[in-house]
Design a protein around this ligand. Structure first.
Ligand code: NAG
Ligand code: NAG
Ligand code: NAG
Ligand code: NAG
Length: 499
């Protein structure tokens, strides 16, 4: 069976119902599942945002960005009757300032993205002034980009001004104190609830006037937070964080080239050297590669786990799928062999040689480098976070998104696609898959048995509405807030709120 592609979206005249035809006889009706608060917030945001920006955004992300919203826009008609207007900003929130919060994000782009959302929510709740977050320049990716090189910093500041004051640099008096070395730095305890920030961090802020949070990953719990905090995390993620015009422009160009040829699947093939070295996953690597990856792991002091049994780890579902495994799984999922597959990743370990089997099965594999001229990529090439931002945009837009590992990008894009109307994201059950793959390779399963087992196992892993799994005291094992921000989505089993 082959996955049939139909019209990928359509808005009816009132914009109430939208259809996504996935298979020939199967029509999935998507109703606006966004709660009323979000609809209201979005309406306000749309008013604030200058129309020029709206039109530009609309061109890039098309109706699908707006799919989750209660209206449908198409840029040509917006173009016709709306001339560029001055931005209408929300009124500033007036509050007694409890101090200044400096934050240094750690990790790659998507880890930092969710951290920024957390930090805004914390600053809002503590009534402090947030300084535009500093991004990690020393992580594995070694990207020198600042916040303003990746995100539209002015939009970030102004669109949130009814919640929290955000400024680009510390006021001179406070800055002088910091320069004298009088800065209180601390890493907040990870996965904390808001009481921790109220009881432990606020007193320090009141005492020192400014504090520096020097780690930001997973600093807020997934669950047990007031609804307004969860909603603010979403508002930052889906409205306030917008990439720079240059990045959006590049993403738009890639999507346009892909769309001209039809539907496309975005494959976040996390078969990259850092991932393999870090995780110790060397399945199907030769001894030279194994050695190289191990050497790299020992070279990074931040990577704590050094002695790793690759096969054991793989059996537990903790390894990214290899390109060969991915080819087999995509076939078993019934993905059309001629569909365009956009590789949303950096350099694949082992290069062309390693990609041969995937390319053999799916000849329409494309990458940024094959779709664009070198000159178009030149200014982004040395900035891995900017390249990752482009992949993020293309992945949001894709008809199907499949990550081969559940890292930060996989999770944040999954959540964002849920927000955009539960766009199809196939969440691979790697533990089960490697087991099935081994049985198939060993002749214990026929292709038909393999195919049926893979299909059945993933029937309910398509990114459709569901509740987050909560595991008390095991935040790393439960569902991640940003992968399924259910507080910001209208789930199917809930009646629409009549507010
Ligand atoms: C923050 O300000 C609001 C009023 O805007 C007030 O109700 C709240 O108690 C303040 N919270 C803190 C932690 O200062
Ligand atoms: C954060 O600050 C604490 C306290 O000053 C320090 O011990 C720690 O090494 C810092 N961590 C990072 C990642 O800079
Ligand atoms: C917040 O966390 C603290 C300590 O981890 C815990 O004692 C408290 O019950 C939590 N509060 C809520 C509202 O979950
Ligand atoms: C990117 O980095 C490489 C190696 O450091 C350098 O040779 C090249 O000029 C840089 N390209 C741009 C556009 O800055």
């Amino acid at each position: 069976m082959v996955l049939k592609w139909g019209k990928d979206y359509c808005c009816d005249t009132k914009g109430i119902k939208m259809e996504l035809k996935v298979e020939k006889h199967e029509t999935l009706i998507i109703r606006p599942r966004i709660k009323m608060w979000m609809a209201r917030a979005i309406t306000i945001v749309l008013l604030w945002t200058s129309l020029v920006q709206l039109i530009a955004l609309g061109e890039l992300l098309g109706p699908s960005l707006l799919r989750g919203m209660p209206y449908c826009f198409s840029s040509p008609s917006v173009d016709k009757f709306l001339a560029p207007a001055k931005a209408v900003l929300p009124p500033k929130r007036i509050y007694r300032n409890n101090g200044y919060l400096l934050v240094s994000c750690n990790g790659g782009l998507n880890q930092m993205r969710s951290a920024i959302c957390d930090m805004v929510a914390i600053a809002r709740h503590l009534n402090v002034t947030l300084i535009v977050p500093e991004l990690d320049k020393a992580s594995f990716w070694a990207d020198s980009s600042d916040f303003k090189d990746i995100f539209d910093v002015d939009h970030f500041i102004t669109s949130l001004r009814d919640e929290v004051r955000i400024i680009k640099i510390l006021p001179p008096k406070i800055k002088k104190r910091v320069e004298l070395g009088l800065l209180y730095s601390m890493p907040p305890i990870s996965w904390s609830n808001i009481s921790y920030y109220e009881n432990q961090v606020l007193p320090l802020l009141l005492k020192h006037k400014v504090i520096h949070l020097n780690r930001t990953d997973a600093r807020l719990a997934n669950n047990g937070l007031p609804a307004e905090i969860q909603k603010l995390r979403c508002r930052v993620n889906f409205n306030a964080l917008r990439f720079t015009t240059q990045i959006e422009e590049l993403g738009r160009r890639i999507v346009k080239v892909l769309r001209e040829k039809g539907p496309f699947l975005a494959l976040h093939l996390r078969y990259e050297m850092d991932m393999l070295a870090f995780s110790g996953c060397t399945h199907d690597c030769d001894s030279k590669e194994e050695e190289e990856l191990t050497r790299m792991r020992y070279a990074y002091p931040g990577w704590k786990e050094k002695v790793i049994n690759s096969e054991l780890k793989r059996k537990e579902g903790l390894c990214p799928l290899t390109p060969e495994e991915t080819a087999l799984v995509l076939s078993a999922l019934g993905i059309d062999h001629n569909v365009q597959i956009y590789i949303a990743s950096g350099e694949i370990y082992g290069g062309e040689k390693r990609m041969a089997s995937l390319l053999g099965e799916f000849p329409n594999l494309v990458r940024k480098e094959t779709l664009l001229e070198p000159s178009e990529l030149m200014y982004f090439q040395n900035h891995s976070s900017q390249m990752a931002a482009v992949d993020y945009l293309v992945s949001l837009e894709s008809d199907i998104f499949i990550p081969t590992y559940d890292g930060n990008m996989a999770k944040v894009v999954e959540g964002h696609r849920r927000f955009l109307g539960f766009k199809k994201t196939i969440l691979l059950d790697r533990r089960l898959l490697v087991n099935l793959i081994d049985q198939y390779y060993n002749g214990l399963l026929s292709w038909d048995e393999f195919f049926t087992a893979v299909k059945e196992a993933h029937a309910y892993r398509m990114g459709s509405p569901k509740r987050r799994i909560i595991i008390p005291d095991k935040p790393k094992e439960e569902d991640y807030f940003y992968a399924n921000p259910q507080e910001c989505l209208q789930l199917l089993d809930e009646p629409l709120e009549s507010t």
